[in-house]
Design a protein around this ligand. Structure first.
Ligand SMILES: CC(C)(COP(=O)(O)OP(=O)(O)OC[C@H]1O[C@@H](n2cnc3c(N)ncnc32)[C@H](O)[C@@H]1OP(=O)(O)O)[C@@H](O)C(=O)NCCC(=O)NCCS
Length: 111
């Protein structure tokens, strides 16, 4: 929603993996990265880390990838602004997201 400046809805959550437990009292830190912007959809990576309240040391507890769809005033999917890749890492991450989207679309077409 920050990227689009509009309401976006979750269409899909993939690759949700719980790697370590979160205990009562733990400080939880969630970060999200916009991996790629397509036509009206975006792939977003989410990381959930537990942060030691005293030392600040962090460890990964869960991660996932989500697809959000940007909605227009009519509630229908509308175009997302392009994502400007600034680094080689940005370009690699966006290319991997595009490959995943292509694979999903090909699988949907063959169903
Ligand atoms: C997500 C939603 C708006 C898509 O509407 P739609 O009319 O099916 O959209 P379209 O088929 O025109 O596809 C629009 C875009 O969404 C993407 N999309 C739609 N369903 C998707 C899915 N299940 N997974 C991944 N992407 C999806 C399409 O690939 C397309 O992307 P693109 O524009 O970048 O090429 C609609 O399915 C919806 O409202 N779902 C419920 C969302 C919701 O309630 N979320 C809250 C969950 S807590």
């Amino acid at each position: 929603m920050r990227h689009c400046g509009r309401v976006s809805v979750t269409a899909r959550v993939d690759a949700l993996e719980f790697k370590a437990p979160i205990k009562v009292g733990d400080v939880v830190r969630l970060t999200a990265r916009l991996n790629a912007a397509f036509t009206s959809s975006m792939e977003i990576a989410v990381r959930v880390e537990v942060e030691h309240a005293v030392t600040g040391a962090r460890s990964l507890c869960a991660d996932a990838r989500a697809t959000f769809v940007n909605l227009g005033d009519d509630g229908k999917p509308c175009r997302v602004p392009a994502l400007l890749a600034e680094t080689d890492d940005d370009r690699r991450v966006a290319a991997q997201a595009a490959e995943r989207r292509e694979r999903r679309r090909a699988a949907e077409r063959s169903n």
